[in-house]
Write a protein that binds this ligand. Structure first.
Ligand SMILES: Nc1ncnc2c1ncn2[C@@H]1O[C@H](COP(=O)(O)OP(=O)(O)OP(=O)(O)O)[C@@H](O)[C@H]1O
Ligand SMILES: Cc1ncsc1CCO
Ligand SMILES: [Mg+2]
Length: 360
């Protein structure tokens, strides 16, 4: 059972999440604390996550308060607020409105289009783009293959959310087509990461297609922990294909994982209420594209994922149920400061031995 689908899960991620929530200064919002105290407390939370992570093979360590990584995250959040980068989306009908609203709330600009010639024209003014395969039409297959090849020719940065990867032959064919013109960042839940790796034959046993062929919905049935190796393999594959060698993968769940293939980070916190509205993940992909317009892929993935955790905590405190949570969440995306995002708990996962990725 996925830890995102079941907030009371007793897995390592859930234990870490409880430890994070029990830090009263951070999670109850009742105390007005100074930035230095906040930094220290957030940092303790990362240590607390590391201490409670019950996989003995992984000695997680906290990212220090004044690290260069935190400075880059702060800069990215601030840059989107001040420069309003355009990140156009080819996205699904269910959550298109939330994606655009979330992009505007963080300071970015939105433009939704499902037509090849418009997407191509908008590339010239786009800082980065976003593709989400949530709801499909048969003609998208040819359209999206052409768009990804066009972007590859332009070395244009884009984010893919492979929603429902593994469901149906049309979706599988579309995702398969991206293998020769891959995105800069993949953002997905754990099951989608596993299925995409399977479709692209990036896993250890290339004959194992179970993740790609089992019935799949849009919710995760796997834990983030179980997708860590796949996410790192996927990030290395994306980086090898990128013109500047940079890429990232963001896996969402109770404790998110972000990796560039070399480094990996776990991000505790957030709110289980995110699983009670549709489009939390879809809009995270759109917001990530805004940050990708102003920063490198790893920084963009961290900035967006951390902002989502801080904003959802704030929204949970201010709401009574899914309806009010969604509007409180948009308000919180607007209100959370760059300093608050950059001071978030971040636990670094020790580097794994790098294995060669599959040939493209
Ligand atoms: N149990 C949880 N506790 C805290 N935060 C969560 C939990 N589950 C998901 N989230 C957060 O919700 C956001 C979306 O993640 P999720 O894994 O639900 O994406 P998704 O399955 O792709 O969503 P969707 O397809 O509905 O848009 C992320 O910011 C993630 O951190
Ligand atoms: C519910 C749903 N169905 C297709 S896309 C989508 C939005 C969440 O991914
Ligand atoms: Mg999703």
């Amino acid at each position: 059972m996925s830890d995102s689908a079941n907030p009371s899960s007793t897995g390592s991620a859930a234990i870490a999440d409880d430890a994070y929530r029990n830090h009263s200064n951070v999670s109850d919002g009742r105390e007005d604390i100074g930035q230095d105290d906040y930094d220290a407390d957030q940092d303790d939370c990362a240590a607390c996550y590391a201490a409670n992570h019950n996989d003995a093979s992984q000695a997680l360590s906290k990212v220090p308060p004044h690290s260069e990584l935190r400075a880059r995250i702060r800069q990215a959040v601030e840059a989107v607020k001040t420069t309003r980068p355009l990140a156009p989306s080819f996205t699904n009908f269910v959550t298109m409105n939330l994606v655009a609203n979330a992009q505007l709330a963080v300071g970015g600009s939105a433009a939704m289009s499902l037509i090849y010639d418009e997407v191509v024209d908008m590339t010239a003014i786009a800082g980065a783009s976003y593709v989400n395969v949530g709801t499909l039409q048969p003609f998208y297959r040819e359209e999206l293959a052409k768009i990804s090849q066009f972007w590859r020719g332009q070395s244009h940065h884009w984010v893919l959310d492979p929603v429902g990867a593994g469901a149906g032959s049309t979706r599988t064919a579309i995702l398969e087509s991206f293998r020769t013109a891959p995105p800069t960042v993949v953002r997905a839940n754990a099951s989608e990461i596993l299925a995409l790796c399977s479709i692209w034959k990036l896993h250890d046993d290339a004959t194992d297609t179970s993740a790609a062929t089992r019935p799949a919905g849009v919710e995760s049935v796997d834990d983030v922990d179980d997708a860590q190796t796949a996410a790192m393999t996927l990030a290395r594959f994306l980086a090898a294909a990128a013109s500047d060698g940079k890429a990232a993968v963001a896996v969402s769940g109770a404790v998110d994982l972000v990796t560039d293939g070399t480094h990996a980070y776990r991000l505790p916190g957030g709110s289980a209420m995110m699983t009670r509205i549709t489009g939390a993940g879809c809009s995270l992909g759109g917001v990530l594209a805004c940050y990708l317009a102003v920063s490198d892929p790893l920084t963009a993935a961290l900035a967006a994922s951390l902002l989502y955790n801080r904003a959802s905590e704030r929204a949970e405190r201010a709401s009574d149920g899914p309806g009010t949570f969604q509007s409180a969440f948009l308000d919180a995306l607007y209100a959370v400061s760059a300093d608050e995002v950059a001071a978030s708990p971040v636990a670094a996962v020790p580097a794994e031995p790098i294995e060669p990725s599959a040939d493209r």
